[in-house]
Design a protein around this ligand. Structure first.
Ligand code: 6GU
Length: 245
């Protein structure tokens, strides 16, 4: 799978993609990331990518020509998807990441906060994506978030494929708590069930903790999720315990 990022700040991405899972995935040839400078697709002496908005108001807007020229020269025929990173886009989540991972090529156009000529969204871009309800000055950090989250769904990128499927948001629940040594840290002890050696009991405890955490922090995810019989039973246990305390 290949990512092409179109940006006016290509330098931002160098260190981000030069470490960890993303570096390894590139070295092994499982993903390829190309960063392109939008200014290379301008035709004027000043390499101008933006201009004043029609109708007035302050701020600058990306001109359509360089963006169209860049995308048209970079996008490959076949399974490619062109995305614009903008706070006006669809909210990015695990499901959208998994969908993007089915494409051969994802082109990420980093917008800027003041705006991008509307004809880019209307006639060039397949998908507009936002990473959350807050404003960033440009789409660069959002593009890096998308590359990392999508790459995790590319087969082979994450060590054991299992660990992606067991992740929060793939299971539809927040993670259960994890502990490592020491067994007693400043008097705060690791739950004793984890030393029981009873794997079934441990699995049930973990599921219960995941449910409890999700209920407390993200009740919205629980509402939209189908519960198994065991989960329903554990949830009613949790609710009983809450009443008692
Ligand atoms: Cl994708 N771009 C910008 N500029 N701001 C954002 C965003 C994207 N997602 C959240 N805020």
């Amino acid at each position: 799978m290949r990512f092409d990022i179109i940006t006016i700040f290509p330098g931002i991405f160098e260190s981000l993609f030069a470490a960890g899972i993303i570096k390894k995935a590139q070295d092994k040839g499982m993903i390829e990331i190309q960063v392109h400078n939008l200014r290379d697709y301008t035709a004027d002496k000043y390499r101008q990518v933006d201009d004043r908005p029609y109708g007035g108001l302050e701020g600058m807007v990306f001109k359509p020509e360089p963006v169209f020229k860049a995308v048209e020269s970079i996008r490959q025929p076949g399974r490619s998807l062109v995305c614009l990173l903008t706070p006006q886009g669809e909210l990015f989540n695990s499901k959208l990441a998994e969908k993007l991972a089915t494409y051969r090529q994802v082109v990420l156009v980093c917008g800027r906060y003041e705006g991008v000529d509307e004809r880019v969204s209307e006639y060039l871009v397949d998908e507009e994506i936002s990473i959350g309800d807050y404003v960033l000055s440009g789409g660069e950090l959002a593009a890096a978030v998308v590359v990392e989250a999508v790459s995790r769904f590319v087969p082979g990128v994450v060590g054991r494929e299992e660990s992606v499927r067991h992740d929060s948001f793939s299971t539809g629940l927040l993670d259960f708590p994890q502990y490592t040594r020491p067994r007693d840290f400043l008097g705060h002890k690791v739950p004793s069930v984890l030393f029981s050696g009873d794997h079934q009991k441990i699995a049930r405890w973990r599921l219960k903790m995941a449910l409890e955490k999700t209920l407390a922090k993200r009740p919205d995810i629980l509402k939209s999720r189908k519960l198994s019989e065991e989960e329903k039973k554990l949830l009613s246990e949790i609710q009983e315990e809450r009443k008692e305390s």
